[in-house]
Design a protein around this ligand. Sequence first.
Ligand code: SF4
Ligand code: SF4
Length: 489
Amino acid sequence: MEFFGIHSLRKTLAHWIPPGFRKISPVFDPSLAGRSGLVSESIHRSLKQGIHLPEHKDETCGLPIRQFPFTPLIILPMVQHAGVPSQIVVREGQEVERGQLLATAGGYLSVPQHAPVSGIVQKIGHVPTISGKMVQGIYLKTFPFSSQEVVEGKPIDAETATRAEILQSIQNAGIVGLGGAAFPTHAKLKIPAGKHCDVVILNGIECEPYLTTDHRVMLEQADDIMRGIRYLLKATDARQVIIAIGGNKPDAASHLATKIPNGEPVSIRMIPVKYPQGAEKMLVTALLGYEVPSGKLPIEVGAVVINVATAAEIGRLLPHGRGIQERVITITGPGVKKKGNYLMPIGTPLRFVLEQVGVEDNSSLVCMGGPMMGVAVSNLDISITKGTSGILVFTGNADNPADKIYPCIHCGACVAACPMSLDPAKLGILAKFAAYDDMAEKYNLMDCFECGACAYVCPSHIPLVHYFKLSKNRVKKRSMAKTMHDSSG
Ligand code: SF4
Ligand code: SF4
């Protein structure tokens, strides 16, 4: 048996059950031990490293999800998921109904796209994206007087459908991870040959400040989540599902606990609030007592992690054979006038969103996603994609003198904060010298998942995570170039 350094993890109270909760099985069933993991003496763990952040969730966590107005023009990039772009199957001038297929999956690691509104395809051409790149996309003009009813497809029954049929229907629905990564969900649920999935973990931690979409989804779409769980159990052949919820959402935990059908192998765990506890590997360690090996996925230790909103989407769409056309987004921050959680058509332009919610005159920064892992926006003509979990608007002086970068003082704060036990200070120095090979081979750069904890704590304001993003890109490009060179030789 292989050991992954579990002994080095600090024991903490990693979860607790609110009063009145149903009695549930122990968090960890030793018989469910992953093939390569380690059963530790205590599985009640939370993140050893990580940081405590101001939450800023109070202003939106109590606001119910509202339908966002339909924009006159949808802008739909064909690259809004990890993997191969979608392939357009409509033509300019064609009228489409809401939910109709607009683009097919471009390959296995890809998903189709469906019309977020009923309207007419105005133009097929290049559309802007948050990365700054222009990609192939569709401009769809909304019919102003349409009822915007969604077209029905072929329903998929969780009880009678085969595993393969469920996976195919998840891909057909265009479902990707709604937590932000936008990885095609069918590919994540496909268990590799030789592996077995013992437990599906539904991730309801939502540890990024400001964001409250998952919180509201758990409160308002609990039935969809429970239906989604049935599909997930069938698709993975897992023996149990654990819904992991951040300790700051006891109302969501209480509510979901009342929705678990009798006899379903579903339990709820609450985990103390710390950033980035919601990262997959952190969650697996907290719940199961395993460390996922470097460079590997949670399935190595018998787990698959799915965002709660993704599970809700599966439970909502598959019984109707529909495709995804909208998602829940938190819009908040000091610069937003009408803060809230909104159900918004995919492809709604950011400029339209900000016009509708209103922004303060001294707004200085718009961010898509949370403040830690989100991306600052430089073009308001980009649109909401399947991976957009939040829009934040900040006010004040964008050229804050406190942001001046100072030399490293070797305080070690970044090392203490890094949840992957990396050495961000050393990596930062190597990045300056473009020593990418050393960063990757000697200092495990590729284990960095860009959580930003190191940069947040750095008293010298060194933009470490920015360095690491660039460095990882360089390493990936070099590796691709080498592969192409080797295969051509
Ligand atoms: S951004 Fe990377 S190096 Fe920095 S704390 Fe997060 S995982 Fe560690
Ligand atoms: S936190 Fe900043 S100053 Fe401190 S060791 Fe890390 S890089 Fe250096």
